[in-house]
Design a protein around this ligand. Structure first.
Ligand code: HEM
Length: 366
């Protein structure tokens, strides 16, 4: 009972102190007045705590409690206002600007360097038999629209998202504060709204392509020879999508789905709480994660998760973009006009080509 009252009094007093520091912080006049007051305060001997607060000990103990997240109640509607200082915010910033930015940067760099090495050694993967001049439809208009909707929106999201993480470090010194601020503000709007185009694209991809992306035993055979990507003249049979493409598909569906969901948690902060429940399930598997999380902690975890999954997916997609364009002769045709050379199809998707030709022969083409 006494403790609750102490907490209440502390909260109100500390809130009043914070408001009095924060409110006048705009005009230079008030700033200099504040500086004067601070100087006067510093020159005066330290005042004693009011007697009713002495039960909690010294002011350093009081502030330690505040910094430790002590919470109470206020007259404000928002229950979060009862926590004056949520110190996990510091941890969040430290993790985001520390390991996540650092390892994420290395991951992206590693993916570009690995691709450059692969290109230097293997060169462009050619159609071994040369183009036949005959083509077969690989993706119809709806499939190509879905692909480019997802691809273009993802690229905008990736660039604007990377700007939020690295822009201050990379672009600010080049563009200067004014241009950087304008670009970042517009980038943030683009990031928030174009996210919905990406979500739609991922959903459409799931519906259109899931039946071609169920793992099969043949995928293991494809993987065992590295899909023939590392050696000339090796062409393991594959259906519409080979094992490598199935990995990309599921990375986009699961990774993209997870980024979308955590993005929604950030667009609607303090409304969606996925982590406490997820942690409770993980704890059944032997983890020891906290299951009592405040709305603010939930939102902070969503921010970290969003960044981590996005960085991993960007690294994966860099590899995909390479192999779908520069890395393989004839691949891009599939997503531009939808037709691929029959020899390309025979070398990379022989099972699928046989099925298409069989259907065509029997008059049942899709
Ligand atoms: C400029 C960027 C891109 C290019 C040039 C490109 C190119 C391609 C090509 C040529 C294919 C068809 C491969 C085939 O016929 O077998 C394809 C498929 C696919 N693309 Fe992209 N793509 C790009 C960006 C993206 C992005 C950003 C995503 C998702 C975030 C994506 C997701 C997919 C998926 C899931 C498939 C089906 C599986 C696969 O082929 O790997 N693409 N892409």
């Amino acid at each position: 009972m006494i403790r609750t009252w102490i907490v209440k009094v502390l909260t109100v007093l500390s809130l009043a102190a914070l408001v009095s520091v924060a409110v006048p912080g705009i005009s230079t006049d008030t700033m200099s007045a504040r500086a004067q007051t601070q100087a006067q305060t510093q020159s005066q001997p330290q005042k004693q705590l009011p007697t009713h607060l002495e039960a909690i000990g010294s002011s350093s103990e009081m502030w330690r409690a505040v910094r430790g997240g002590i919470s109470g109640e206020t007259g404000l509607k928002d229950p979060k206002a009862g926590t004056l200082v949520q110190s996990e915010g510091d941890n969040l910033r430290a993790v985001r600007n520390g390991p996540i930015s650092e390892y994420g940067g290395w991951l992206l760099l590693a993916s570009v360097v690995l691709i450059a090495i692969f290109f230097a050694i293997r060169g462009r993967i050619k159609i071994d038999a040369g183009p036949s001049g005959r083509t077969v439809e690989r993706f119809n208009g709806l499939e190509r629209f879905t692909h480019w909707l997802t691809a273009v929106s993802f690229i905008v999201l990736a660039l604007t998202g990377l700007n939020l993480l690295y822009g201050k470090l990379v672009l600010l010194p080049v563009l200067g504060p004014s241009l950087f601020a304008t670009l970042t503000a517009w980038g943030k709007y683009a990031h928030n709204y174009i996210a919905f185009a990406f979500m739609l694209g991922v959903l459409m991809m799931l519906v259109l392509w899931i039946r071609h992306n169920i793992p099969t035993l043949n995928d293991l055979k494809w993987l065992a020879v590295g899909g023939g990507l590392f050696s000339k003249g090796v062409h393991p049979p594959a259906a519409k999508f080979n094992a490598g493409q199935k990995i990309i598909f599921w990375a986009v569906i699961l990774g993209g789905g997870s980024i979308s969901f955590s993005g929604l948690c950030l667009l609607l902060p303090f409304e969606i709480y996925p982590f406490a429940g997820t942690f409770a399930v993980l704890n059944h598997l032997g983890f020891d994660l906290p299951t009592q999380l405040t709305p603010l902690q939930e939102t902070q975890l969503a921010l970290l998760w969003h960044g981590v999954v996005a960085l991993i997916l960007i690294a994966v997609i860099i590899g995909h973009i390479y192999i779908g364009s520069l890395g393989m002769e004839g691949a891009l045709d599939a997503m531009t006009h939808g037709q691929v050379d029959v020899n390309w199809a025979h070398e990379h998707h022989s099972i699928w080509l046989d099925e298409v030709e069989e259907k065509r022969a029997s008059g049942h083409a899709d």
